[in-house]
Design a protein around this ligand. Structure first.
Ligand SMILES: O=C(CO)COP(=O)(O)O
Length: 119
């Protein structure tokens, strides 16, 4: 599978902890991530991750574009529901693309855990 991993700043520690817990499973898949998230996953978890642009600079849109042509099979996107984001339209576009193309999309840690358990 091709899995996209994304977390807003206040959710990054949670995603890193989840990725650490599920590193053996994640390591069997092709991973991509927005820039800062991917850097942390590579450095702190040791995963091989294709790092795209940072979210506010277009990373969510890059993942959405890849997803729209069938190149992403699941998205783990830990959004911060308490902090406004400057690139809110990009975030909504990515989640909408998941719905349009019926791609697995986990936007909170509980759902992410369920998805990761099924890898
Ligand atoms: O903003 C993001 C997703 O909307 C995440 O981007 P970074 O991983 O570059 O922080």
């Amino acid at each position: 599978m091709h899995i996209a991993l994304i977390a807003h700043d206040r959710m990054k520690d949670t995603l890193v902890a989840l990725a650490r817990e599920f590193a053996p499973q994640l390591g069997q898949h092709a991973l991509m991530a927005t820039g800062t998230t991917g850097g942390r996953l590579a450095q702190e978890v040791g995963l091989t991750v294709e790092c795209l642009l940072s979210g506010p600079l277009g990373g969510d849109l890059q993942i959405g574009a890849r997803l729209a042509v069938g190149e992403v099979s699941a998205v783990i996107f830990l959004r911060d529901p308490m902090t406004p984001q400057p690139h809110e339209p990009d975030i909504n576009a990515l989640v909408r693309a998941c719905d349009v193309h019926n791609v697995v999309c986990a936007t909170n840690p509980a759902t992410a855990r369920l998805v990761l358990q099924r890898l």
